[in-house]
Design a protein around this ligand. Structure first.
Ligand code: PMT
Length: 397
């Protein structure tokens, strides 16, 4: 996702500096060439060797040593960067940047770069709420600096409150968003993900193996590409995507309500959720007791949300998934027609590496115009990009 991208990661002196190691790992794993700049204080917390080993680039901290070098001065680094991330960013560095001070390598390089700058603050809650800090942050935002807000939590100083560095995965997502093309700007995308649970009694339910990975990958990718995304998610273990409005639901009926309320305002609807087709006719109020007799559950059909959307279809581009174990194309085409869809993502879930609860998928994209595009084994993140590419192309006509 970041292949060939040149990124500077500035690390300043706070206990959260160790989390920058995880961020660096995510960036390099995605293909970026990362140059780490550390302040002197940062080196008190984590050694440069850790960052050097993981980035496979020398770590820079000395302003004057670098100027002496002909090839990699701070200006050369600043020019080459396509993105500058500062994580963690202390109140001190944010204060200096807000006032145009450049007294070390990190602040000097930020001042010299034309790349977007993404700041992930981390500090004591009282410092974070200090009006002087707030003014500095506002000033930087007004000058086009981007922020990933810290979160609530137990801080290293013993206080509890806002000021804890945001999760490295979410800082990574914010970085991806800054570098992505914005070909979905102006679109309002509704995505469903994960399974639904249909309760039998207070402790038992009917469900399926959907992990939500496919739908979450679509929501993340669409948000990066500029769409306003709402994700309606059944129960999963996944982290809510950064910048996406996420609504948690449990049953098919709850998912239906949430989808119907929001679908009218959406320009694209993608139904990646594996909605349970049936639910118990009666949900027992108390735990069902074990007896010597067989237990017979009567199931009734759940509403087909996608079919309902297809029937009432107005302007939105409607995308369904088809999870099949045989006759993939024939069954998927039937869904395309019967549910009045614009595109069907057909996955043969019996194939290894495809479908439920894995990180990859193998699909065919069937469009309303009769075209069938066969895709190879891809990660769900890669596939999400390809599905969105296809939607953009089909919408253009
Ligand atoms: O979540 P993961 O672990 O990443 O797995 C991804 C996935 C396999 C769940 C996903 O790729 C997928 O195939 N999702 C659709 C699964 C499914 O329910 O398929 P279906 O063929 O039964 O349904 C067809 C379409 O109708 C789907 O878009 C589904 O969301 C929708 N539907 C189905 C039943 C129902 N009652 N309401 C619906 O809206």
């Amino acid at each position: 996702m970041l292949k060939g991208k040149e990124i500077i990661l500035g690390v300043t002196g706070g206990i959260a500096a160790y989390k920058a190691v995880e961020l660096l790992r995510l960036l390099t794993k995605a293909g970026a060439n990362v140059h780490v700049l550390m302040t002197k204080a940062a080196m008190e917390f984590v050694t440069p060797l850790t960052f050097q080993t993981l980035s496979m680039n020398p770590v820079h901290s000395e302003l004057f040593n670098l100027i002496a070098e002909r090839e990699i001065g701070h200006i050369a680094l600043a020019d080459r960067a396509q993105l500058f991330i500062i994580a963690p960013a202390t109140a001190n560095v944010i204060g200096k940047l807000a006032h145009g001070l450049a007294d070390d390598l990190l602040t000097t390089t930020v001042m010299a770069t034309k790349a977007p700058v993404l700041i992930a603050p981390a500090m004591n809650v009282n410092m974070y709420q200090n009006p002087l800090y707030r003014e500095n942050e506002t000033r930087l935002r007004q000058h086009g600096f981007h922020f990933v807000d810290p979160v609530q939590g137990m801080l290293a100083c013993g206080w509890e409150g806002e000021g804890k560095l945001q999760d490295p995965q979410l800082i990574f997502e914010a970085a991806l968003a800054l570098l992505a093309r914005k070909d979905l700007a102006g679109e309002r995308l509704l995505v469903t993900a994960g399974p639904t649970r249909e309760e039998i009694d207070p402790i038992r339910y009917i469900s399926n193996y959907s992990s939500g990975k496919m739908g979450y990958a679509l929501a993340r990718a669409a948000s990066r590409r500029g769409a306003r995304v709402t994700l309606i998610s059944g129960p999963t273990c996944l982290q809510e995507p950064w910048g996406v409005e996420t609504i948690q639901v449990t049953s098919a009926e709850e998912m239906r309500q949430a989808v119907l309320v929001r679908s009218a305002a959406s320009t694209i609807v993608i139904k990646a959720a594996a909605v349970a087709d049936y639910r118990p006719k009666v949900r027992a109020a108390e735990k069902l007791k074990k007896t010597d007799q067989p237990l017979i559950l009567e199931l009734v059909k759940n509403p087909d949300i996608l079919e309902e959307l297809g029937k009432a279809k107005q302007g939105a581009f409607l995308v369904g998934f088809a999870a099949e174990t045989f006759d993939l194309v024939r069954n998927a085409r039937k869904k395309l027609t019967e549910k009045n869809l614009d595109l069907v993502v057909a996955n043969d879930v019996s194939q290894p590496g495809a479908g439920f609860n894995v990180d990859t998928n193998i699909v065919k994209l069937l469009a309303r115009d009769g075209s069938v595009e066969e895709l190879p084994l891809l990660t769900k993140d890669e596939l999400a990009e390809q599905i969105l590419d296809r939607i953009v192309a089909l919408k253009k006509g």
